[in-house]
Write a protein that binds this ligand. Structure first.
Ligand code: GUN
Length: 292
């Protein structure tokens, strides 16, 4: 059984990007510039955005953080957020930007995503990028599924003709991952499962590659996993843990201790898919900068 080291793989990717950027900057080009919009103070979002900014430093990118307060008594208006997006769309000095999700419930997330210039949409969430990706055209690919495919590639895990089972059909992980794994050149046979799937455990047992992306701690138990399967855990739910300074720990969607002994490869939480998401966002930003 091999524990996939997402942290090291992400560090390798960031070092590769940093080398490319350093060479370009030495030749007189300005460094890539990623901007992030963060609304409110969601604990998870604060951590993710801080890590994205840190990753920019590691890659030699410039970064900007645009913060908005939003409270029940003084909610941020959608118009203010749309204005900020229009400003970033028009700013020639910004190569790409993201709006950290989730947004407060009074803001229409889809409307916000659709306001982003597809050429700067390094999250790959705009329908233009989703559509282009679906038909195999060059596009920005959502970072988490792209990170999973990159891990499989870098660990030489075969995908062609293999049965990949994905649990969870979110727009940012499950659905785009199904598209990526089925793409020509990756060539997996994909089953996309969700809350209405019947006989889920039985389907999971037929997976060569099992991806858990539903956000339910320890949902995947040993009886759902075939001997020798590759298990990818996308879960990052905060669960209370009084023994930690923060008061919580991150729990994956896989019952790791019971499942790991059955696997050929498994990703841990933390240190598996999470760091890869950020590395692939950096790769997308490099791609946006390259195209300009
Ligand atoms: N929230 C959870 N994952 C993501 C992500 O990849 N990008 C953004 N913008 N928000 C998120």
């Amino acid at each position: 059984m091999t524990v996939i080291d997402g942290k090291q793989t992400a560090a390798d990717i960031k070092a590769e990007i940093a080398a490319t950027v350093a060479a370009a900057v030495a030749a007189g080009r300005r460094a890539p510039h990623l901007a992030a919009i963060l609304v409110g103070h969601d604990g998870g979002s604060e951590t993710y955005v801080a890590n994205k900014i840190k990753a920019c430093e590691a890659c030699g990118f410039r970064s900007s953080l645009i913060r908005f307060e939003s409270t029940d008594t003084e909610p941020l208006s959608e118009g203010t957020l749309l204005d900020a997006i229009r400003t970033l769309n028009a700013d020639p000095d910004v190569d790409g930007f993201i709006v950290q999700l989730p947004l407060p419930s009074h803001i229409d997330e889809q409307k916000i995503i659709e306001a982003i210039d597809p050429a700067k949409d390094v999250d790959g969430f705009h329908p233009v990028n989703v559509g282009r990706h679906a038909i195999g055209l060059p596009s920005f690919r959502p970072a988490t599924p792209a990170g999973i495919v990159e891990l499989l590639k870098r660990y030489n895990i075969p995908t062609a003709g293999r049965h990949a089972v994905i649990i969870g059909r979110s727009n940012i992980v499950g659905k785009p991952l199904a598209t990526m794994l089925a793409q020509k050149g990756v060539d997996a046979t994909v089953t996309l499962c969700h809350s209405r799937t019947r006989n889920l455990a039985e389907i999971c047992r037929r997976a060569d590659i099992l991806v858990a992306a539903l956000g339910r701690p320890a949902f995947v138990t040993a009886d759902m996993v075939a001997d020798g399967a590759v298990v990818i855990d996308v879960g990052t739910t905060r669960v209370a843990d009084a023994s930690r300074k923060s008061g919580f720990r991150l729990s994956g969607d896989v019952d790791y201790n019971a499942v790991a002994p059955k696997c050929s490869f498994i990703t841990p939480v933390p240190g598996g898919v999470g760091p890869m998401t950020i590395a692939m966002l950096m790769a997308n930003t490099l791609q946006a900068w390259n195209k300009r």
